[in-house]
Design a protein around this ligand. Structure first.
Ligand SMILES: [Mg+2]
Length: 342
């Protein structure tokens, strides 16, 4: 890296004649910054490719990966066994978990069958949807008043509209990033303007965060789009960029993520420091790893990664796609109905 900077500085000296020590320091600093920034952009794009894999190689490696992260459907009996005597609490991501990933994020509808399964699930267990989308948007997809909703990566949490048999306080609301709302609005507008030169780029305002979707952008333009996002966000040190499945997400630098949302909800439900609770978190994305990690660190409950491909994960089990998630949820409902004599 130092050699790169020195060569770059020499090149500048050649181009511009002799330059002062201050200029040299500035040039070195700038070159280092650019290098770091470019490394950042490259690593986002590389990570995005890695978590949106389409290559046969990944498929072939899946069989060995499955040994470490077996199918939650195959291991259903074992999961019931370890949860025995504990209150199961369900946490579900939305995109790619309950609904398929589609090119147009506004059309990520879930099936009627999935909705019906979720309704039954919420009768059997406290159930929360934890999504990167804004809470209102994810509610409009799910349309079930019985659930808890944690939108904007858990930065906007609300309890069941009709109350819940698990929670007396019907006004449960947690919005730890309210002060950032005007900034996110401003950044959203700038991102829309900046990225409109990239065909297929789509910017979504998720209230407490903004998402730049790469789903309809040709892969050869991913680096350009990531650079456009970076050029807007570098003016905002209070915001950070995280990367998910064909998406870059811009959110406030606060210590809050899906893992914190999971802890907050468990606490709100009266299960803080309880040993007789068994949270199950199902998600498909990098951002869900924060929740998987909380469960793994607490040695409590379990995480299930939804993926057809092998991925680095803190989850213990796996399911291939939303259809399998529905199968798993149905089996949980049937088991609960059976033991309750319903
Ligand atoms: Mg997802």
């Amino acid at each position: 890296m130092v050699r790169f900077v020195e060569e770059n500085t020499k090149h500048m000296e050649k181009e511009t004649g002799n330059i002062s020590n201050t200029d040299v320091t500035t040039v070195k600093k700038k070159a280092l910054q650019d290098l770091n920034i470019n490394n950042g952009v490259n690593s986002w794009v590389d990570s995005m490719r890695a978590c949106s894999p389409t290559h046969l190689k990944s498929l072939m490696k899946r069989s060995s990966w499955l040994t470490e992260h077996p199918s939650a459907l195959d291991m259903f009996g074992e999961i019931l066994h370890v949860s025995e005597g504990k209150q199961i609490v369900m946490f579900l991501d939305y995109d790619g978990t309950l609904s398929p990933i589609v090119d147009d994020p506004d059309r990520a509808f879930m099936s009627k069958k999935m909705r019906s399964t979720l309704r039954k699930l919420a009768i059997c267990f406290p159930t929360a949807i934890v999504s990167g989308r804004c809470r209102e948007k994810v509610y409009n997809f799910v349309k079930l008043t019985e659930l808890y909703y944690a939108g904007s990566h858990g930065m906007d949490i609300k309890g069941p509209a009709q109350g819940s048999k698990y929670k007396e306080d019907k006004s449960l609301l947690c919005q730890p990033a309210t002060e950032f709302l005007p900034m996110i609005d401003e950044v959203y507008q700038k991102l829309v303007e900046k990225t409109k030169v990239t065909p297929g780029a789509n910017v979504e305002n998720n209230k407490f965060c903004a998402s730049v979707h790469f789903r309809r952008v040709d892969e050869k333009n991913w680096s350009d789009l990531a650079n456009q996002v970076r050029s807007v966000i570098k003016e905002y040190p209070q915001l950070r960029i995280t990367q998910g499945r064909k998406v870059l997400e811009i959110r406030p630098i606060i210590k809050w993520d899906k893992g914190k949302a999971l802890e907050f909800l468990l606490e709100s439900l009266g299960y803080a420091n309880c040993t007789d609770v068994f949270p199950i978190y199902i998600g498909d994305d990098r951002t869900d790893e924060d929740a998987f990690k909380v469960l793994r660190d607490k040695r409590q409950g379990l995480g299930i990664l939804v993926s057809k491909f092998q991925k680095e994960t803190n989850a213990s089990y796996s399911l291939q796609e939303p259809h399998e998630v529905m199968g798993f949820l149905q089996r949980l409902v049937e088991w609960k109905q059976l033991i309750s004599g319903a």
